[in-house]
Ligand binder design. Structure first.
Ligand SMILES: [Mg+2]
Length: 403
């Protein structure tokens, strides 16, 4: 079998998606996700100009060799654009191999290690009462794990806390980045009150999660972790930026609060210290941003040695293709933790017919050969690329800050 064509399809059925289609001379083709939210066209150019010409005529079955060829062969290693381009190709190659074997992808990864994949969904609200109502509503829909975020009184809603984050049509995403306001001293005393109210109202039989969006310093995160200990959170996510992996040691010294990080990591090298020193409990890498199925497996296998569990990033801009790959990995690996799942717009589902399914808080990979996700190119043509960016954040005095 030989690769004869590599198409890159950009479409925006609510969010922009960059989708790779690898075509072979035997009629089989594979689909991959290469979306980097807000930087989509950089990956398109990388794939079209620098990757596709090198792969025409190659054997699509040599997945590891092609992964190494694109990773080592570029000389410029790692980074979100490179690794998303590699991911798009890698997912498509696994799709082709599993279709050729007439097996669902998880069978090639060693078969099932569990019967179903637990997900968490998000609830945001302008005040604590609104969040409590939202969490109760998701409990009634069968969710066993829920992420809760609340706006800070006196400040405008920030990303992840407004009620519209998970809504169709892009939520808070704008054509140019909006600017939000952040105040740590107003946030820190508020969060324990949120989780106290949640435990009082929804009890202890549900996993509650919270995302800090990289907004704290290590000692501030340590304080928050201690204050949240009585409410037994499943995890505290992205407490600090992780370029400086040592920072997590300070948090760890002060609190037993489980920690999660890694949704913007691209390789095992971005979390090598965090994992080998057991400074985190969940690693949040996702197939599209961490080198595809091959990249994800390398990271999760490494993490399994150190008691670190998987928790793939899964917002709306991780396309149904990457979500499908995540679910196949989730169901196969021994150290699965949880899968983030925001759901998709109806237009997104129309564009990506898929074999995986969601029901009452749990996902199934489906039994279709391959990863089970296709792209309807006629539908994609109806939704042209629309420039969109995530917001940026500033302190009350105007200083640009992390989020
Ligand atoms: Mg997050």
């Amino acid at each position: 079998m030989k690769i004869t064509d590599i198409k890159v399809i950009v479409a925006s059925p609510g969010r922009n998606f960059v989708t790779v289609k690898v075509v072979t001379d035997e009629g089989l083709y594979g689909i991959g996700d290469a979306t980097v939210n807000g930087r989509e066209k950089a990956v398109v150019a990388y794939l079209q100009d620098h990757v596709a010409p090198c792969l025409i005529g190659r054997d699509p079955g040599r997945i590891e060799d092609i992964w190494q060829y694109l990773y080592k062969g570029a000389y410029w290693r790692r980074g979100p654009i490179t690794m998303a381009a590699i991911a798009g190709i890698d997912m498509a190659l696994w799709d082709i191999k599993a279709k050729a074997a007439i097996m669902p992808l998880y069978q090639l990864l060693g078969g099932r290690s569990r019967e179903r994949v637990m997900v968490y969904k998000h609830v945001g609200g302008l005040d604590i009462a609104e969040v409590v109502d939202g969490v109760q509503a998701l409990r009634e829909q069968g969710l066993d794990a829920i992420r809760a975020q609340v706006s800070i009184p006196g400040l405008p809603p920030i990303y992840g806390t407004g009620p519209s984050t998970d809504q169709a049509a892009g939520g808070m995403v704008q054509a140019l980045p909006t600017e939000e306001v952040w105040a740590t001293h107003k946030y820190l005393p508020l969060v324990p009150k949120l989780f106290e109210a949640l435990r009082d109202n929804v009890g202890w039989d549900v996993h509650l999660l919270h995302d800090v969006h990289h907004r704290l310093t290590p000692i501030e995160a340590a304080r928050l972790g201690k204050d949240l200990e009585p409410f037994r959170l499943f995890w505290l996510e992205d407490a600090i930026p992780a370029e400086l992996q040592d920072g997590f040691r300070i948090i760890r010294q002060h609190t037993t609060q489980p920690l999660a990080v890694g949704e913007i990591f691209n390789t095992v090298w971005d979390c090598q210290q965090l994992i080998s020193e057991q400074l985190i409990d969940y690693i949040r890498v996702t197939s599209v941003h961490a080198g595809g199925v091959t990249g994800l497996k390398k990271i999760f296998d490494f993490a399994s040695i150190y008691h670190v569990r998987s928790a793939c990033h899964g917002p709306m801009d991780v396309s149904p293709v990457a979500m499908g790959c995540n679910i196949h990995v989730d169901v196969a690996i021994p150290n699965f933790g949880i899968q983030e799942y925001s759901g998709y717009t109806e237009a997104t589902h129309d564009m990506f017919p898929c074999a995986w399914s969601y029901e009452r808080g749990y996902l199934q990979p489906g039994e279709a050969p391959g990863h089970g996700v296709d792209i309807d190119e006629a539908v994609a043509e109806k939704y042209p690329y629309a420039p969109a960016y995530l917001p940026v954040a500033r302190l009350e005095d105007g200083t640009l800050t992390s989020w």
